[in-house]
Design a protein around this ligand. Structure first.
Ligand SMILES: Nc1ncnc2c1ncn2[C@@H]1O[C@H](COP(=O)(O)OP(=O)(O)OP(=O)(O)O)[C@@H](O)[C@H]1O
Length: 247
Protein backbone atom coordinates (compact mmCIF):
# COMPACT_ATOMS: atom_id res chain seq x y z
CA UNK A 1 0.00 0.00 0.00
CA UNK A 2 2.99 2.30 0.55
CA UNK A 3 5.91 1.94 -1.82
CA UNK A 4 9.05 3.96 -1.35
CA UNK A 5 11.55 3.69 -4.16
CA UNK A 6 15.09 5.04 -4.42
CA UNK A 7 14.46 7.92 -2.03
CA UNK A 8 17.18 10.56 -1.83
CA UNK A 9 17.05 13.50 0.54
CA UNK A 10 19.45 16.41 0.59
CA UNK A 11 19.78 19.22 3.10
CA UNK A 12 22.01 21.59 1.18
CA UNK A 13 25.23 19.71 0.48
CA UNK A 14 24.35 16.95 2.93
CA UNK A 15 23.05 13.74 1.41
CA UNK A 16 20.80 12.36 4.16
CA UNK A 17 18.85 9.53 2.50
CA UNK A 18 20.81 7.60 -0.11
CA UNK A 19 18.44 5.56 -2.22
CA UNK A 20 16.07 4.13 0.39
CA UNK A 21 13.51 1.63 -0.92
CA UNK A 22 10.91 -0.40 0.95
CA UNK A 23 7.22 -1.10 1.01
CA UNK A 24 4.61 -1.42 3.73
CA UNK A 25 2.00 -4.09 3.18
CA UNK A 26 -1.54 -4.21 4.42
CA UNK A 27 -1.94 -5.29 8.06
CA UNK A 28 1.73 -5.43 8.97
CA UNK A 29 4.09 -3.59 11.29
CA UNK A 30 7.29 -2.63 9.52
CA UNK A 31 9.97 -1.32 11.85
CA UNK A 32 12.81 0.83 10.62
CA UNK A 33 15.66 0.27 13.04
CA UNK A 34 18.80 2.36 13.16
CA UNK A 35 20.82 4.51 15.50
CA UNK A 36 20.24 8.19 16.10
CA UNK A 37 20.97 10.31 13.03
CA UNK A 38 20.54 7.45 10.53
CA UNK A 39 17.64 9.23 8.84
CA UNK A 40 14.61 7.48 10.34
CA UNK A 41 12.59 10.58 11.14
CA UNK A 42 13.53 12.04 7.77
CA UNK A 43 11.87 9.08 6.06
CA UNK A 44 8.61 9.65 7.95
CA UNK A 45 8.70 13.41 7.32
CA UNK A 46 9.31 12.74 3.63
CA UNK A 47 6.24 10.50 3.49
CA UNK A 48 4.09 13.05 5.29
CA UNK A 49 5.30 15.97 3.17
CA UNK A 50 6.57 17.72 6.29
CA UNK A 51 10.20 18.31 5.40
CA UNK A 52 11.63 21.71 6.26
CA UNK A 53 12.02 24.31 3.54
CA UNK A 54 15.17 23.85 1.50
CA UNK A 55 15.15 20.06 1.72
CA UNK A 56 15.38 18.39 -1.69
CA UNK A 57 13.64 15.06 -2.15
CA UNK A 58 14.06 12.71 -5.12
CA UNK A 59 12.70 9.28 -5.91
CA UNK A 60 9.21 7.98 -5.46
CA UNK A 61 6.71 7.54 -2.64
CA UNK A 62 3.57 5.86 -3.88
CA UNK A 63 0.58 5.68 -1.59
CA UNK A 64 -2.14 3.36 -2.91
CA UNK A 65 -0.73 3.89 -6.38
CA UNK A 66 -0.59 7.67 -6.12
CA UNK A 67 2.71 9.55 -6.19
CA UNK A 68 3.11 11.73 -3.10
CA UNK A 69 6.30 13.56 -4.01
CA UNK A 70 5.32 16.87 -5.56
CA UNK A 71 1.79 16.97 -4.13
CA UNK A 72 0.51 20.40 -3.21
CA UNK A 73 0.08 21.30 0.46
CA UNK A 74 -3.70 21.26 -0.04
CA UNK A 75 -3.62 17.70 -1.38
CA UNK A 76 -1.33 16.60 1.43
CA UNK A 77 -3.71 18.02 4.03
CA UNK A 78 -6.42 15.70 2.75
CA UNK A 79 -4.14 12.71 3.26
CA UNK A 80 -2.65 13.57 6.66
CA UNK A 81 -4.80 12.22 9.43
CA UNK A 82 -7.43 10.83 7.14
CA UNK A 83 -5.38 8.35 5.12
CA UNK A 84 -2.11 8.35 7.03
CA UNK A 85 -2.01 9.03 10.76
CA UNK A 86 1.06 9.91 12.76
CA UNK A 87 2.21 9.31 16.33
CA UNK A 88 5.27 11.07 17.74
CA UNK A 89 7.81 10.46 20.46
CA UNK A 90 6.83 13.14 22.92
CA UNK A 91 3.03 13.30 23.37
CA UNK A 92 3.19 16.48 25.48
CA UNK A 93 4.44 18.43 22.48
CA UNK A 94 1.38 17.52 20.46
CA UNK A 95 -1.28 18.19 23.04
CA UNK A 96 -2.35 21.77 23.67
CA UNK A 97 -2.32 22.34 27.46
CA UNK A 98 -5.21 24.81 27.20
CA UNK A 99 -7.77 22.43 25.73
CA UNK A 100 -9.49 19.36 27.08
CA UNK A 101 -8.11 16.25 25.42
CA UNK A 102 -11.51 15.22 24.07
CA UNK A 103 -11.87 18.41 22.09
CA UNK A 104 -8.42 17.87 20.59
CA UNK A 105 -9.28 14.36 19.45
CA UNK A 106 -12.58 15.70 18.13
CA UNK A 107 -10.78 18.45 16.22
CA UNK A 108 -8.64 15.85 14.43
CA UNK A 109 -11.89 14.35 13.14
CA UNK A 110 -13.70 17.63 12.42
CA UNK A 111 -10.97 18.88 10.07
CA UNK A 112 -11.83 16.11 7.64
CA UNK A 113 -15.44 15.18 8.30
CA UNK A 114 -17.11 18.16 10.01
CA UNK A 115 -18.70 18.41 13.45
CA UNK A 116 -21.49 15.91 12.97
CA UNK A 117 -20.90 12.80 15.06
CA UNK A 118 -17.45 14.08 16.04
CA UNK A 119 -17.94 13.68 19.79
CA UNK A 120 -18.98 10.05 19.49
CA UNK A 121 -16.08 9.35 17.17
CA UNK A 122 -13.66 10.94 19.60
CA UNK A 123 -14.93 8.89 22.55
CA UNK A 124 -14.82 5.76 20.40
CA UNK A 125 -11.22 6.53 19.34
CA UNK A 126 -10.19 7.01 23.00
CA UNK A 127 -11.69 3.61 23.76
CA UNK A 128 -9.94 2.00 20.79
CA UNK A 129 -6.72 3.50 22.10
CA UNK A 130 -7.25 1.43 25.22
CA UNK A 131 -8.69 4.12 27.49
CA UNK A 132 -11.41 2.50 29.53
CA UNK A 133 -12.96 5.52 31.23
CA UNK A 134 -13.01 7.42 27.95
CA UNK A 135 -15.79 9.81 29.02
CA UNK A 136 -13.80 11.01 32.02
CA UNK A 137 -10.54 11.31 30.07
CA UNK A 138 -12.41 13.17 27.34
CA UNK A 139 -13.01 16.01 29.82
CA UNK A 140 -9.47 16.00 31.28
CA UNK A 141 -6.67 18.44 30.48
CA UNK A 142 -3.34 17.05 29.28
CA UNK A 143 -1.47 17.91 32.51
CA UNK A 144 -3.88 15.69 34.46
CA UNK A 145 -2.72 12.61 32.53
CA UNK A 146 0.28 10.32 32.89
CA UNK A 147 2.76 9.97 30.01
CA UNK A 148 1.25 6.66 28.94
CA UNK A 149 -2.28 8.09 28.90
CA UNK A 150 -1.12 11.12 26.92
CA UNK A 151 0.39 8.80 24.33
CA UNK A 152 -2.88 6.88 24.17
CA UNK A 153 -4.68 10.18 23.56
CA UNK A 154 -2.23 10.94 20.72
CA UNK A 155 -2.91 7.50 19.28
CA UNK A 156 -6.64 8.24 19.55
CA UNK A 157 -6.03 11.46 17.58
CA UNK A 158 -4.10 9.49 14.98
CA UNK A 159 -6.83 6.87 14.53
CA UNK A 160 -9.97 8.99 14.92
CA UNK A 161 -10.39 9.27 11.13
CA UNK A 162 -9.58 5.57 10.80
CA UNK A 163 -6.57 5.91 8.47
CA UNK A 164 -5.32 2.57 7.10
CA UNK A 165 -1.68 3.50 7.74
CA UNK A 166 -0.03 4.83 10.89
CA UNK A 167 3.47 6.26 11.02
CA UNK A 168 5.03 6.15 14.48
CA UNK A 169 8.27 7.94 15.35
CA UNK A 170 9.82 6.42 18.50
CA UNK A 171 6.33 6.30 20.07
CA UNK A 172 7.47 4.68 23.31
CA UNK A 173 10.91 6.19 23.88
CA UNK A 174 9.64 8.75 26.39
CA UNK A 175 7.76 6.13 28.43
CA UNK A 176 8.90 3.75 31.13
CA UNK A 177 9.21 0.08 30.35
CA UNK A 178 5.85 -1.28 31.53
CA UNK A 179 3.93 1.55 29.86
CA UNK A 180 6.05 1.01 26.75
CA UNK A 181 4.96 -2.62 26.60
CA UNK A 182 1.30 -1.65 26.89
CA UNK A 183 1.56 0.89 24.09
CA UNK A 184 3.32 -1.65 21.85
CA UNK A 185 0.57 -4.12 22.69
CA UNK A 186 -1.96 -1.51 21.60
CA UNK A 187 -0.13 -1.00 18.28
CA UNK A 188 -0.19 -4.75 17.72
CA UNK A 189 -3.92 -4.87 18.34
CA UNK A 190 -4.44 -2.05 15.84
CA UNK A 191 -2.40 -4.12 13.39
CA UNK A 192 -4.63 -7.11 14.16
CA UNK A 193 -7.62 -4.93 13.28
CA UNK A 194 -6.05 -4.51 9.83
CA UNK A 195 -4.04 -1.31 10.10
CA UNK A 196 -0.55 -1.04 8.67
CA UNK A 197 2.07 0.55 10.86
CA UNK A 198 5.45 1.97 9.95
CA UNK A 199 7.37 2.44 13.17
CA UNK A 200 10.86 3.87 13.49
CA UNK A 201 13.04 3.23 16.50
CA UNK A 202 16.63 2.92 17.65
CA UNK A 203 15.57 0.28 20.18
CA UNK A 204 15.86 -3.41 19.16
CA UNK A 205 13.69 -4.27 22.19
CA UNK A 206 10.81 -2.36 20.63
CA UNK A 207 11.41 -4.07 17.29
CA UNK A 208 11.43 -7.53 18.89
CA UNK A 209 8.23 -6.68 20.72
CA UNK A 210 6.12 -5.58 17.78
CA UNK A 211 7.65 -5.87 14.29
CA UNK A 212 6.53 -8.24 11.57
CA UNK A 213 9.29 -7.08 9.26
CA UNK A 214 12.39 -5.01 9.86
CA UNK A 215 14.43 -2.61 7.78
CA UNK A 216 17.88 -1.84 9.14
CA UNK A 217 19.18 1.58 8.20
CA UNK A 218 22.56 3.24 8.70
CA UNK A 219 23.63 6.68 7.54
CA UNK A 220 20.69 6.94 5.16
CA UNK A 221 21.16 3.54 3.54
CA UNK A 222 19.22 0.31 3.95
CA UNK A 223 21.59 -2.43 5.07
CA UNK A 224 19.16 -5.29 5.26
CA UNK A 225 15.50 -6.13 5.36
CA UNK A 226 13.63 -9.19 6.51
CA UNK A 227 11.18 -10.99 8.68
CA UNK A 228 11.69 -10.09 12.36
CA UNK A 229 12.67 -13.66 13.30
CA UNK A 230 15.25 -13.83 10.54
CA UNK A 231 16.76 -10.46 11.46
CA UNK A 232 17.15 -11.46 15.11
CA UNK A 233 18.12 -15.12 14.55
CA UNK A 234 20.42 -14.66 11.58
CA UNK A 235 21.42 -11.03 11.06
CA UNK A 236 23.35 -10.72 7.82
CA UNK A 237 25.11 -7.47 8.49
CA UNK A 238 27.66 -6.82 11.27
CA UNK A 239 25.90 -3.52 12.04
CA UNK A 240 22.63 -5.36 12.68
CA UNK A 241 24.43 -7.82 14.94
CA UNK A 242 25.94 -4.92 16.86
CA UNK A 243 22.58 -3.13 17.19
CA UNK A 244 20.87 -6.27 18.46
CA UNK A 245 23.61 -7.05 20.93
CA UNK A 246 23.06 -3.68 22.62
CA UNK A 247 19.49 -4.57 23.58
N1 LIG B 1 16.32 20.38 9.10
C1 LIG B 1 17.50 19.80 8.95
N2 LIG B 1 18.52 20.44 8.35
C2 LIG B 1 19.72 19.84 8.19
N3 LIG B 1 19.99 18.59 8.58
C3 LIG B 1 19.03 17.90 9.20
C4 LIG B 1 17.73 18.46 9.42
N4 LIG B 1 16.97 17.52 10.05
C5 LIG B 1 17.77 16.44 10.22
N5 LIG B 1 18.99 16.66 9.71
C6 LIG B 1 20.12 15.71 9.68
O1 LIG B 1 19.69 14.56 8.99
C7 LIG B 1 20.26 13.39 9.58
C8 LIG B 1 19.17 12.39 9.85
O2 LIG B 1 18.31 12.90 10.88
P1 LIG B 1 17.01 12.14 11.36
O3 LIG B 1 16.37 12.97 12.43
O4 LIG B 1 16.20 11.75 10.20
O5 LIG B 1 17.64 10.82 12.01
P2 LIG B 1 17.01 9.81 13.02
O6 LIG B 1 17.52 8.48 12.64
O7 LIG B 1 15.54 9.99 13.08
O8 LIG B 1 17.67 10.25 14.37
P3 LIG B 1 16.96 10.66 15.74
O9 LIG B 1 16.39 9.41 16.29
O10 LIG B 1 18.09 11.21 16.55
O11 LIG B 1 15.95 11.71 15.37
C9 LIG B 1 21.03 13.85 10.80
O12 LIG B 1 22.38 13.91 10.48
C10 LIG B 1 20.50 15.23 11.07
O13 LIG B 1 21.50 16.05 11.62
Amino acid sequence: MLEVHDLHLYYGQRHILKGVSFSVKEGEILCIMGESGSGKSSILMSIMGLLPKGAVLRGSIRWRGKELIGLSEGEYRKIRGREIGMVFQEPSLYLDPLFRVGSQVEEAYTVHFGKKGARDRAVQALKRAGIQDAERIYRAYPHQLSGGLKQRVCIAMAIVCDPPLLLADEPTTALDLTVQKRILHLLRSLRDEGKSILLVTHDPGVVAECADRVLVIKEGEVLEEGDVFRIFDAPQHPYTRQLISTS
